[in-house]
Write a protein that binds this ligand. Sequence first.
Ligand SMILES: NC(=O)C1=CN([C@@H]2O[C@H](COP(=O)(O)OP(=O)(O)OC[C@H]3O[C@@H](n4cnc5c(N)ncnc54)[C@H](O)[C@@H]3O)[C@@H](O)[C@H]2O)C=CC1
Ligand SMILES: O=C(O)[C@H]1O[C@H](OP(=O)(O)OP(=O)(O)OC[C@H]2O[C@@H](n3ccc(=O)[nH]c3=O)[C@H](O)[C@@H]2O)[C@H](O)[C@@H](O)[C@@H]1O
Length: 463
Amino acid sequence: MSKKITKICCIGAGYVGGPTMAVIAQKCPDIKVTVVDINSRRIAAWNDEDVDKIPVYEPGLSEVVAEARGRNLFFSTEVDKAIDEAEMIFISVNTPTKTYGKGKGMAADLKYIELCARQIARVAKDDKIVVEKSTLPVRTAGALKSILQNTGNGVRFDILSNPEFLAEGTAVQDLLAPDRVLIGGDSEESIRALADVYANWVPEKNILTTNVWSSELSKLTANAFLAQRVSSINALSELCEKTGADVNEVARAIGTDSRIGPKFLKASVGFGGSCFQKDILNLVYIAKSYGLNEVADYWEQVVLMNDHQKHRFADNIITTLYNTVSGKKIAFLGWAFKKDTNDTRESAAIHVADYLLNEQAEIVVYDPKVTEEQIYADLDYLNTRDEKENRKLVTVVNDPYKAMKEAHAVAVLTEWDEFRAYDWQRVYDTMLKPSFVFDGRAVLDREQLTDMGFEVYTIGVGR
Ligand SMILES: NC(=O)C1=CN([C@@H]2O[C@H](COP(=O)(O)OP(=O)(O)OC[C@H]3O[C@@H](n4cnc5c(N)ncnc54)[C@H](O)[C@@H]3O)[C@@H](O)[C@H]2O)C=CC1
Ligand SMILES: O=C(O)[C@H]1O[C@H](OP(=O)(O)OP(=O)(O)OC[C@H]2O[C@@H](n3ccc(=O)[nH]c3=O)[C@H](O)[C@@H]2O)[C@H](O)[C@@H](O)[C@@H]1O
């Protein structure tokens, strides 16, 4: 018999904690789910009466939150209280790449994880199941165990690894019908208790259990494999451009081989998002720390290729615009790292913009979901130039036609569906001539645009 869970606490109300707990609460009405965070602004937004103002934009999420919030789903800043009440505590805080000290620029920064462990150790008065939901370096559970078990207050902590595989933009659908739920741990009873939570809506055959180290490492491995496919197809996109091949045709041709499969073969201006780069660098760091230099070099190439892809896209804009973009208006369609999300972390758009700004381009950005404040914050964070200069060179508008009016070039950085549906003739009529389009996502109808008179460059398509 496993322990029946009635109260869950999740520390971290971000892109993972929020949606994951909302779905657990929706599917398990008998479990009280409390999501806590030290960021009171974020918690206030999760509690906003207008459910469309919750801090994470995901198709279908506001409906799930509307159903469960106030019933058995709660968002709060009272971290101690929620820890104290819960039988099961998910840790879903951020684990960014370290920006200082040993492992700077490579290793995962585990300070937030450790703070959570210490807080749980301090507050807990009865036995708890602690679930690693954040993505962590393999063997972190050992460190957590050591912190939790040395408090001397006699509480038993079982640690489980339960990595999250949702992708942003499809989070709700991924959570409702996951390819698999992965649970790693030592205690059969605790594994069962967590499996029983998921079994409320996930078929048993999709709930995999492993030892805790395999589970931790599987998460880094899954992201490394996915990112590797993107870098592989992006590497070929450059060769396609040189040889007259079309990377989309190549992707279709190889993707029909059932051993290869069709997914994650879409060439792009480079992968972004908060995790691919961070998790691969973390994997590289771990491999190096074991002296596995060939393994480390192999995976690092995935990130290097991605950097190259972003730079060569920007470089091509400069070369094509007669080797200078100084004072030229470039309209950016999209800023988010992929469609259907307002998340911009590590978005290729940021790096392409930075590169062009170094060449004194004037950039006008339109993204249907990203705020002006976020766009400036992303550029300021790079610290390449002062904040005033960023505001002078970059303008953010909420009308795509305004963004493209009198522009020298349009660059597509995100694959938002609406970009296809624009009146491109109207855009052409208002742009400077020659009117260049740089489609970094291969979403626009190249032939149609060329017929209208545009000079079109599509990523991965040779001329
Ligand atoms: N974003 C994604 O799509 C996915 C992320 N992951 C992993 O999940 C973890 C969380 O990622 P996100 O949700 O994107 O991060 P996030 O940055 O959106 O959210 C993390 C939240 O944790 C809070 N926090 C940090 N320390 C805290 C503390 N001591 N007490 C209370 N709250 C605290 C922060 O204020 C923040 O709101 C990371 O390890 C990430 O690698 C895994 C799968 C998908
Ligand atoms: O650990 C994480 O954070 C998550 O990372 C990715 O999810 P996410 O980054 O949200 O989105 P993806 O759909 O994987 O896209 C990542 C980036 O790769 C790009 N991409 C993706 C697929 C493709 O074929 N081509 C391509 O350029 C996207 O545009 C985007 O910039 C993984 O897909 C999730 O399984 C994982 O849980």
